[in-house]
Design a protein around this ligand. Structure first.
Ligand code: G4P
Length: 276
């Protein structure tokens, strides 16, 4: 597959605005996808948010393999990390408590100065499709209540009142200018964080099938009723699932769409694509 690169102009603009906006916040809340905890980390964030306290949210935990979730949480134990799914009823409580815990020294300092009610500000960042809108809507529990723009922040970024203690700065999903690691790019593409129009779907599907076969032997067999040792898994799936064109040949486009759709809508069950 030709190298995947995707960094549209609006992401470059958002990056510039985020580098200004971060000066205004107390903490960075970075959402990642629990099915790919490393691939879904934007390396640019390390530079952009250097020195700020950070809370890593491994989102979509309900879609990832439970035993892998535990291993990944342990992997990140030196950092402030929680596993959640964005539709969880107690999401707001979990996140607010964690933010207050991470910033407890700062809160104590404010109290010592006699400032009892200092509103904490957090910037919420993540790659596209990581679940940021779902996360924020659940925390807000209604259509987002926008407040006025603040200095240094233009319309791309939006302030949202959560409660009297916390203000969130919502940002668009952003990637970075160059994918040094093409496997990372392919994993991102597989789970829908990169615009499909620029991708070779057949090669992407083959990549996904290989990854699933390696991480979860037997899964493709039980889902598609194929022999996983076949050379051309996509062909075998096309035959087994009747993805045929008019001339009775395999319709690879149809087979790809079916498999990609199965992967993205989690028809294969709880799968972690980046396994520890
Ligand atoms: P974004 O703003 O970061 O781009 O992501 P968004 O919230 O739009 O979420 C992308 C997709 O992931 C949505 O599904 C959303 O429902 C789903 N999602 C987000 N968080 C979670 C989670 O924790 N668990 C599960 N199971 N799904 C989650 P969609 O099919 O694209 O849209 P929709 O049909 O839900 O509207």
């Amino acid at each position: 597959m030709a190298d995947i690169q995707w960094f549209p102009g609006h992401m470059a603009k958002a990056n510039r605005e985020m580098s200004e906006a971060v000066k205004l916040v107390d903490i960075v809340i970075e959402l990642r996808d629990a099915r790919m905890p490393l691939a879904s980390h934007n390396p640019n964030f390390d530079k952009l948010f250097n020195g700020k306290p950070r809370l890593i949210i491994l989102n979509k935990a309900d879609l990832a393999d439970e035993s892998q979730n535990k291993l990944w949480l342990n992997y990140f134990k030196e950092e402030n990390t929680i596993l959640v799914n964005s539709t969880h009823d107690d999401l707001k409580k979990i996140v607010v408590n964690k933010v207050q815990d991470i910033l407890k020294e700062k809160i104590e300092k404010y109290k010592a100065k006699g400032i009892r009610k200092k509103v904490l500000k957090a910037i919420v960042v993540g790659i596209p499709n990581v679940g940021k809108s779902t996360f924020i809507n659940n925390i807000v529990k209604k259509k987002v209540a926008k407040v006025e723009n603040r200095p240094g922040v233009t319309k791309t970024l939006t302030w949202i009142n959560i409660n009297e203690d916390l203000l969130l700065l919502d940002t668009p999903g952003v990637l970075w200018p160059k994918f040094e690691n093409q496997n990372q790019a392919k994993t991102l593409a597989l789970l829908g964080s990169i615009n499909d129009d620029i991708l070779d779907k057949q090669e992407l599907t083959n990549y996904g099938l290989k990854l699933i076969k390696k991480n979860y032997p037997g899964l493709l067999n039980s889902r598609y009723d194929i022999n996983e040792e076949d050379d051309d898994l996509l062909y075998s799936i096309g035959v087994a699932k009747n993805c045929l064109a008019k001339d009775n040949k395999i319709d690879y486009i149809k087979a790809c769409e079916m498999v990609l759709n199965d992967i993205r809508s989690n028809k294969l069950g709880r799968v972690t694509y980046e396994k520890l």
